[in-house]
Design a protein around this ligand. Structure first.
Ligand code: NAP
Ligand code: NAG
Ligand code: NAG
Length: 376
C-alpha cells in the first residue's frame, strides 16, 4: 500500500483508486489540516488588524502630540509685514554656528521644513549658509533670508558695499529682510570706536536703506536691539518705509512684556532672539519648573514649549541649533492651551528680568545701549 499522500484535497484519481477505509482516514487527516490552517489564518488576521490599528494610532501620535483630553491647535506659520510679505514664524538662527557646522545645520533645517534663516554679516558664515541653500535646490522665492548691517557700516556710503558682500556670500540677488544690527555706529575701519553723530541720529543710515529697498536689493528693512526711545527718535523722521520688525532678546529671563505690548499697539512685529536663553542659559531655561510641567502635560519637549510660547505671544522666533535632532525638534510648535500659556507668561513676567546679552561694557560704551534715557 502506498503511503498516504497528504494534500489539502484528495485528487479525483486517488478517490477512484484508494480503498474505502484508507479514504476515510485520509479525509479525517485532511479535515484536521484544514482546521489548523484556518485557525492559523484567523489568528494571523486578528494579529495583523491589531498591528495595523496600532501603527495607525502611533503615526497619529507622531504628527500631533497626544494631549490627554487637550485639544491642541496649530500656531500661525507666518506673520504679515507692512509690505504685505509673509514671514515664516520660526527661523533657524545661525549665530555661533561654526564653519563646518553651519552648512549641515542649514541643510538639515531646509530638509525638515524650515524656510527662514536668520543670519548676519558679523556671524562670518554667510558663504557656508549660501552654499547649503544652493545645495538644497529650494527655489529662492520660497525662502526667507535675513541679514544685518554691522555697526561699522552705518555711514550711508558704506551700506551698499556691505549689503553687496552679504548678497554675494549668500549667492542671492536680494534679501527678504535687512536689519540695522545695533543702534550703535562705529567709525569705519575701527572695531568699536563710537561714531557719536550716526549713533545719536540713525536717520541717514535708514534713508540709505530705504533707497536700497527701492532699488530692489532688499524687500523689507528693520531694526534690532532698539528700545522704545530709539524707535520713537527714528520714526519721528518722515520715513518712506517704516521698520518692519525689531529683533530683540526675548526669553524666559527677559520677556519684555512692556516692549511687546507697545510694539503690538504700534504695529511693529518683534523677533525673539536667544529664545531659549542662548548657549549660556539654555540648560537653566529648559529646566524651569513651569516649562517642565507643561512639557509633561502636553507630551512635548521643553524647547517646544518655549518656542511655541514665543509664537503664541505674537513674535517671530529664531532658535539656533547645529544639532540635527534639535533642529528638527525646534520646528514642531503647537498652540499651548490658554491656561498653560498664561501660567508660563505669568512665571516669565513675575521674576526680576535679567538680560543675557548686553555688549555695552564689551564695547567700552560709557552708557547702556538699552537705557531708555538716551545718552545724546
Ligand atoms: N540681533 C541680535 O543682536 C542677535 C543676538 C543674539 C542672537 N540673535 C539671533 O538669534 C538666534 C538665536 O539666539 P542664540 O543663538 O543666542 O540662542 P538660543 O537659540 O536661545 O540658544 C542656542 C543654544 O541652545 C541650544 N539648543 C537649541 N535647541 C535646543 C534644544 N531643542 N534642546 C537643547 N538645547 C538646544 C543650542 O545648542 P546646539 O547648537 O549645540 O544644538 C545653543 O547652545 C541667533 O542664532 C541669531 O540668529 C540675534
Ligand atoms: C478641537 O477644537 C476645534 C476648534 O475649537 C473643534 O472644532 C474640534 O471639534 C475640537 N476637537 C476635539 C477632539 O475636541
Ligand atoms: C533724534 O535724536 C537726535 C539726538 O538727540 C536728534 O538730533 C534728532 O533730531 C532726533 N530726531 C528726531 C526726528 O527727533
Amino acid at each position: 500500500m502506498p503511503p498516504p499522500v497528504y494534500e489539502l484535497l484528495p485528487s479525483a484519481e486517488e478517490d477512484k483508486t484508494s480503498e474505502h477505509s484508507t479514504r476515510r482516514t485520509h479525509n479525517n487527516r485532511v479535515k484536521k489540516v484544514l482546521f489548523h490552517v484556518l485557525a492559523v489564518a484567523a489568528v494571523m488576521f486578528v494579529v495583523f488588524q491589531g498591528l495595523r490599528s496600532f501603527v495607525r494610532s502611533s503615526s497619529k501620535f507622531l504628527h500631533a502630540p497626544p494631549c490627554h483630553g487637550r485639544n491642541l491647535s496649530s500656531l500661525p506659520s507666518h506673520f504679515t509685514l507692512p509690505s504685505g510679505a509673509q514671514i515664516p514664524s520660526v527661523a533657524l538662527g545661525v549665530w555661533k554656528a561654526s564653519p563646518g557646522e553651519v552648512g549641515p545645520a542649514v541643510e538639515t533645517a531646509l530638509k525638515s521644513g524650515y524656510r527662514h534663516i536668520d543670519g548676519a554679516w558679523i556671524y562670518g558664515n554667510e558663504a557656508e549658509v549660501g552654499a547649503a541653500i544652493k545645495k538644497s535646490g529650494i527655489p529662492r522665492d520660497e525662502l526667507w533670508l535675513t541679514s544685518k548691517l554691522w555697526n561699522t557700516f552705518h555711514a550711508p556710503e558704506d551700506i551698499e558695499p556691505a549689503l553687496d558682500e552679504s548678497l554675494a556670500h549668500l549667492d542671492t540677488e536680494y534679501l527678504d529682510l535687512y536689519l540695522v544690527h545695533w543702534p550703535i555706529a562705529f567709525k569705519r575701519g575701527t572695531s568699536n570706536e563710537l561714531d557719536v553723530e550716526l549713533t545719536a541720529n540713525p536717520y541717514p543710515t535708514w534713508a540709505k536703506l530705504e533707497e536700497l529697498v527701492d532699488k530692489g536689493k532688499i524687500r523689507n528693512i528693520g531694526i534690532s536691539n532698539f528700545n522704545i526711545a530709539r524707535i520713537k527718535n527714528l520714526t519721528a523722521n518722515p520715513l518712506k518705509h517704516k521698520p518692519a520688525v525689531n529683533q530683540v532678546e526675548l526669553n524666559y529671563w527677559n520677556p519684555q512684556p512692556e516692549l511687546l505690548q507697545w510694539s503690538k499697539e504700534n504695529g511693529l512685529l518683534l523677533e525673539a532672539y536667544s529664545p531659549l536663553g542662548s548657549s549660556d542659559q539654555v540648560k537653566e531655561t529648559l529646566r524651569v519648573p513651569e516649562v517642565l510641567a507643561i512639557a509633561k502635560e502636553l507630551v512635548i519637549t521643553p524647547a517646544q514649549v518655549l518656542i511655541s510660547w514665543h509664537v503664541q505671544r505674537g513674535t517671530i522666533v529664531l532658535p539656533k541649533s547645529v544639532t540635527p535632532s534639535r533642529v528638527v525638534e525646534n520646528l514642531k510648535v503647537v498652540a499651548l492651551p490658554d491656561d498653560l500659556f498664561n501660567k508660563l507668561e505669568e512665571a516669565a513676567t513675575s521674576h526680576k528680568p535679567k538680560r543675557i546679552l548686553n555688549p555695552s561694557t564689551g564695547w567700552k560704551l560709557d552708557f547702556d545701549v538699552f537705557d531708555e534715557n538716551l545718552p545724546f
